[in-house]
Design a protein. Structure first.
Length: 284
């Protein structure tokens, strides 16, 4: 039993790191733009579909461009649609991003079909890794390693680059960023594109674990919102801690009470909000 729990904990960490990438992108967009992006899950599905097409036409080495393509699509969406909503009623942005999510899903159904498409991991990652009595697929270990590297890279970006300092300052006071002489339209576009790239990266990594479908983003967006709520709106550290926490809790509930796994993260969110209404790392 103890070995099974350890295996589930590691699987939970893998799931949690994928959730972290999605939630971190959502948090970055909200922190600077103040936009609750309901279309974020669609960019997860878009990244997975781009990876699928790139793999089919150019091989595995080309799939690394899938998040870039998702980021470019995000930049286009921000320039053409989202930018018109700045300074207006927040409800309009919510409706707009929800409509964008529906449109993107319909377009993916048109181009890639409505059915699910299996996407196998590369041959060299299809084995198993054994550590004592713990047995995990090689691909899940690789996903865990890649996401840790990506999170370290994001930390370096936020701490050691001018753009990262803008993001951190903007998460606390977006108006001040514009007053400091920063090219605000370009910065907002880059921020939205970065958030969509993180979502696309999660889609790429999740594609061999989940079936690639146009609606796969719907299964990712709700955990992302739960994670952002638990961690605290606009908190990057909160998104990381809450994502790992949700992944581990979900995995453990699957082990002991599989029928309750779908509601576990919502119960966790309710408990956290009862104790800290602004989330674990939200400002009080």
């Amino acid at each position: 039993m103890f070995d099974e729990i350890l295996s589930q904990l590691v699987n939970g960490l893998v799931l949690g790191t994928l959730y972290v990438l999605i939630a971190l992108g959502l948090s970055i967009i909200f922190g600077l733009l103040g936009v609750v992006n309901f279309a974020h899950g669609a960019f997860v599905a878009l990244g997975a579909h781009f990876a699928l097409s790139l793999h089919q036409h150019f091989g595995w080495s080309a799939v690394i461009f899938a998040p870039v393509l998702a980021g470019i699509c995000g930049a286009i969406v921000e320039i053409v649609l989202i930018r018109r909503m700045y300074g207006k009623e927040p409800l309009l942005t919510l409706v707009l991003t929800f409509a964008i999510a529906l449109l993107m899903e319909a377009l993916m159904r048109q181009f890639w079909g409505a059915g699910g498409t299996p996407f196998q991991a590369p041959a060299f990652l299809r084995g198993f890794v054994e550590y004592g009595s713990i047995v995990l697929t090689t691909y899940r270990v690789a996903v865990l390693g890649v996401t840790v590297v990506l999170l370290i890279a994001m930390w370096a970006l936020l701490i050691h680059t001018p753009f990262g300092r803008i993001l951190r300052a903007g998460s606390r006071d977006p108006e001040m960023v514009g007053l400091l002489g920063v090219n605000l339209p370009r910065t907002l576009t880059a921020t939205f594109a970065l958030g969509c790239m993180l979502a696309g990266t999660a889609g790429l990594l999740a594609a061999p674990l989940w079936t690639v479908t146009p609606s796969m983003g719907a299964g990712a967006i709700m955990p992302a919102f739960v994670i952002v709520t638990i961690g605290g709106l606009g908190s990057y550290v909160g998104a990381i801690v809450a994502g790992l926490l949700v992944g581990v809790v979900t995995a453990l509930v699957v082990q002991f009470q599989p029928q309750a796994s779908a509601v576990a993260m919502y119960v966790l969110m309710a408990l956290v909000l009862l104790l800290r209404p602004r989330g674990l790392f939200g400002e009080h």
